[in-house]
Design a protein around this ligand. Structure first.
Ligand SMILES: Cc1cc2nc3c(=O)[nH]c(=O)nc-3n(C[C@H](O)[C@H](O)[C@H](O)COP(=O)(O)OP(=O)(O)OC[C@H]3O[C@@H](n4cnc5c(N)ncnc54)[C@H](O)[C@@H]3O)c2cc1C
Length: 233
């Protein structure tokens, strides 16, 4: 892990109260898709009693020449500082950190289970798999409240991967949605997987989401060693 100063190139709203920040990527920063960085504000306009750094998954692929981070707005000083950061301004990052990466074995089937901004490390992994023309069998279950709050759900459907399935699901009724409804549960998982066994389950999200998925997968008799968690807290 090294420390870098990175410059903001672009920021865009990607869903309700959700922003994607694109920074210049340091030439010597090497990371694996799925890893995260510790972001720190340099010029603080807002302060509070919470830490001035946050863990954020890198949402771009290692091959991209930029670094993407996606996060929800909040009242914390960190979030207010980053959402008001002007283009050209810098922050500090420590990276890379974490082990949320795909196994070397390309025959392992991958199942991603996530909700909300938990999509970030998965986006990095899927972008890389697409660039590598991977033929790995991958199924993504991506849960959101409604389409307005679902960051990049359309992008997730469009990856050009040979053996990829994307299941977007909304937990509240939406007028503009014809896809799946409801929380990710055993019924939904079984509906889209050819077999529940012989897969690695990658679960990303809040502690609450992680616990719900741990319970579901355990009830489905998925072995503990086949479940990998990325706990956002
Ligand atoms: C490995 C990893 C990767 C992550 N990747 C991402 C990512 O890609 N995108 C992303 O958005 N997040 C990510 N997170 C989570 C991120 O680090 C933040 O915790 C999260 O975004 C919330 O930040 P916040 O500043 O809004 O709230 P925080 O200040 O971090 O607080 C979290 C919650 O605790 C409560 N809280 C804490 N302190 C106080 C206080 N003093 N007063 C009131 N309430 C308080 C609030 O309810 C708040 O919503 C990741 C976390 C980890 C560990």
């Amino acid at each position: 892990m090294n420390e870098y100063t990175i410059k903001l190139k672009k920021k865009q709203k990607v869903a309700e109260e959700t922003w994607m920040f694109t920074f210049q990527k340091p030439a010597d920063l090497k990371f694996q898709a799925g890893q995260y960085a510790m972001l720190e504000i340099i010029e603080e306009r807002f302060t509070d009693d919470r830490p001035k750094f946050r863990a954020m998954s890198i949402a771009s692929a290692p091959q991209d020449n930029h670094l993407d981070f996606i996060m929800r707005e909040s009242e914390s000083a960190f979030k207010k500082n980053i959402t008001t950061l002007e283009i050209g301004k810098e922050i500090k990052i420590k990276a890379p950190i974490g082990h949320f990466s795909l196994p070397e074995d390309k025959n392992k089937k991958i199942v991603f289970l996530t909700a909300g901004v938990g999509i970030t490390p998965i986006r990095s992994i899927l972008r890389e798999e697409e660039l590598k023309k991977s033929e790995r069998k991958i199924t993504l279950f991506y849960s959101n409240r409604n389409v307005e709050s679902a960051a990049l759900y359309k992008e997730m459907e469009k990856f050009k991967l040979k053996n990829y399935k994307c299941v977007n699901t909304m937990t509240r009724k939406c007028t503009n949605w014809n896809g799946e409804y409801g929380r990710i549960n055993d019924e939904m998982i079984s509906k889209y997987l050819d077999e529940v066994e012989n897969s690695l389950y990658y679960v990303v999200g809040t502690k609450k989401f992680i616990e719900a998925m741990r319970k579901t997968l355990t009830e489905m008799k998925v072995e503990k060693e086949n479940i990998i968690f990325d706990n956002f807290g």
